[in-house]
Design a protein around this ligand. Sequence first.
Ligand SMILES: O=c1[nH]c(=O)c2ncn([C@@H]3O[C@H](COP(=O)(O)OP(=O)(O)OP(=O)(O)O)[C@@H](O)[C@H]3O)c2[nH]1
Ligand SMILES: [Mg+2]
Length: 193
Amino acid sequence: MSSSTSPAVPKHLNFITGNKNKLAEVQAILEGVIELRNQNVDLVEVQGTVEEVTIDKCRRAAEAINGPVLVEDTCLCFKAMNDLPGPYIKWFMLALGPLQMHKLLEGFEDKSAQAVCTFGYSAGPGHEPILFQGRTDGKLVQSRGPTVFGWDSCFEYEGQTYAEMDKTEKNKISHRGKALDKLKKWLASQVET
Ligand SMILES: O=c1[nH]c(=O)c2ncn([C@@H]3O[C@H](COP(=O)(O)OP(=O)(O)OP(=O)(O)O)[C@@H](O)[C@H]3O)c2[nH]1
Ligand SMILES: [Mg+2]
């Protein structure tokens, strides 16, 4: 889901996020690819589809720092709930925490969940954001492993929760890793042309 409407070739990426765990993963995945800088700006997040949320977040970030930005929004979608909580997972995390999250699907047989990561890059205010999305299918389980990062301990992929995997392993198959693969390809194509 990327287009090439932006004219600028970034020399570094200014990742606007207040989430230290996200930042650490993005840094690890983009190590040696492009310089990553970070600013923590508290951005308003609107309601809508993940694409709408990310596009709006990206526009607000570009306005806030008056320059090129990278933002990211993460969703956790439950099939039994027609993809909710989706972009609103943060509020469920804050209310329930990782130890109670599995209770959300207690009344449902279908525990399937999809982690969705959408990056938005804008060359600056007025430049349309370009999106890069990655999705990983798994299921919602009772918390297993360290509860360091969000819902990592209750999202199971092929028998292991994200929290039980080592970071390199998670980054290879994760929603974030897949989205950043697309971003890396786009960056490479920008340099070549
Ligand atoms: O277990 C997890 N593994 C992940 O890989 C992951 N990525 C994000 N999250 C959590 O899901 C919500 C997304 O909300 P979100 O995208 O708006 O993030 P945020 O508000 O924390 O940061 P940002 O918006 O400043 O970038 C927040 O609760 C994040 O902690 C994750 N949890
Ligand atoms: Mg947020």
